[in-house]
Design a protein around this ligand. Structure first.
Ligand code: ZN
Length: 319
């Protein structure tokens, strides 16, 4: 009994050991298999599943980012509209695709514009004057106040200006349109020519804003929230304020300030009684822009001495 007990115990112990070893091996194999799932993604099934995903993501993600990247430069262009100071930049083209070149001086919140040669070659001295004022601003003899951004457009009607320099034929654009009668306020297809320029039978255009020059300037004035403008003419030695049928108060105030600085007549008592239709300054006044026509003394003089003073008054004027 004792022996058999001992033997039995031995067998039991041995069996237990074998069992323990088998259990341990089994456990080890189980653990090993349990850890296997980590490398499981490397199996072909998961591998092929994961492989297309990143590539698919890469393809969908790239186009999403691509427009953002192209949108950023576009936004940068519109949010920083300021061209280099004193250098020409184009705001559009004439009928004959001549560039409408503008110049910027200063960087303040109040935006002002000076326009030359709306009547092209017939009033070419107005372009000469605006170029001379540009040179004064470039060389610092006239300084733009901190709160002002000043834009100069020396030749608003380049077709008339370059095709018929110093000739009455140069008053209209290449469509034969008077681009000072193509604006939407009081626009008329025709007008009483008594007391008006009548050397040529210019038109007012097919409808308001039919002319590319007018569209370009309108869009520029609105986009830049322009506060006040001067449009130069010759040769009445006078100032007209925008606003119909009565001058608008801001334009009237500006006209008075410029007349006091220049001795150009305001109100223009020498007005020959021409019927004014579709004019830039009347449209501008209707948009809340203080707007005046300044008429030089004749068709030849650039009136630079007078207009240096007038420009300083323009820059100093506040509503
Ligand atoms: Zn004119």
């Amino acid at each position: 009994m004792k022996r058999s007990f001992t033997n039995n115990t031995k067998y039991l112990l041995f069996g237990f050991l074998i069992g323990a070893v088998i259990f341990a091996l089994g456990f080890a194999v189980f653990k090993f298999l349990q850890n296997k799932p980590a490398p499981i993604p490397l199996t072909s099934a998961t591998g092929t599943a994961t492989a297309p995903l990143p590539s698919a993501l890469t393809f969908t993600v790239t186009p999403v980012f691509a427009p953002t990247e192209t949108a950023t430069p576009t936004l940068a262009v519109t949010s920083t509209p300021l061209p280099p100071e004193g250098e020409a930049f184009s705001i559009g083209q004439s009928v004959q695709e001549k560039s409408l070149d503008m110049y910027r001086f200063g960087n303040g919140p109040i935006v002002r514009v000076i326009i030359g040669a709306i009547h092209g070659g017939y009033e070419s001295n107005t372009a000469t004057l605006v170029y001379l004022l540009r040179d004064d601003l470039r060389n610092g003899s006239i300084v733009v106040p901190e709160e002002i951004t000043l834009y100069l457009l020396p030749v608003f009607n380049p077709d008339g200006f370059y095709n018929f320099l110093n000739q009455p034929e140069g008053r209209g654009n290449a469509h034969g349109v008077d681009i000072n009668r193509n604006w939407s306020v009081l626009w008329q297809p025709d007008w009483d020519r008594t007391g008006c320029f009548n050397y040529l039978r210019l038109t007012a255009g097919e409808q308001p804003f039919s002319e590319p020059e007018v569209i370009a300037l309108r869009d520029f004035l609105l986009a830049n929230k322009v506060d006040a403008l001067i449009s130069y003419h010759s040769a009445m030695s006078a100032i007209f304020a925008g606003g119909q049928p009565e001058p608008d108060p801001a334009s009237d105030s500006l006209a008075r300030a410029l007349s006091a600085a220049s001795l150009y007549l305001y109100p223009p008592v020498n007005d020959p009684g021409c019927q004014y239709t579709g004019q830039l300054i009347d449209w501008a006044a209707a948009q809340g822009i203080a707007a005046v026509d300044v008429e030089l003394t004749d068709h030849e003089s650039n009136d630079i001495l007078i207009n240096r003073k007038l420009l300083e008054a323009f820059l100093a004027w506040r509503r």
